[in-house]
Design a protein around this ligand. Sequence first.
Ligand code: C5P
Length: 221
Amino acid sequence: NKKINVAIDGPAGAGKSTVARLVAKALSYVYVDTGAMYRAATWYMICKEIPAENVEKVLQHVPELVIELVPDPTGQKVYCNGEDVTTVIRSMEVTSKVSQYSSIAGLRTRLTENQREMAARKGVVMDGRDIGTTVLPDAEVKVFMTASVQERASRRFKELNGADDITLEQLERDIAARDKFDEEREVSPLRCSEDAIVLDTTHMGIQDVVDTIVSYCAAKK
Ligand code: C5P
């Protein structure tokens, strides 16, 4: 039974991380959340008070970034230069700024290298925006997960459960804006790889999506 790599891309809130985690569990593979890495980098730059507009300054600090994803019974812990940032990278401030930092080429090069290292020995389920197109173009299974923006916003809204002071309409606008920024950036934009399987999950349950992807993997192993 040979190990393969699985790339899962798609817009914000399509359920990629939930699904990717469950697929990894079903296959006993390692889950890699690349969005968490961009979020950790964003958190770090915010702490250093370096705005995304100051590309030169951001790039000066990229070499010192050490981002670790550590498996944990509760899911996954994210560390940035030794600090546990698992919770803080989900804040509204990081969420609203992450796309801007993510459009900086030199930051992407660095995180892409880290992601390729993690996948070098295969047996990885990686989710993000550019995994099938740029990070792991040779991944044996590539999935592009989508859902209508209304459905994605409503899932996020339920997940937040009133934790953030934000309306459904605002969430919808934020998600649409982040998608647009990710799709229109110059370096590694959010795009469906030609050889990816497109899964529109608007009317699919989580388990259906997981089972579908696991069956694609079984066919490739
Ligand atoms: O997946 P998540 O919503 O946590 O990703 C946060 C942001 O990180 C995305 O909106 C995108 O700007 C950036 N990202 C990226 N490339 C990836 C993963 C995430 O540019 N592979």
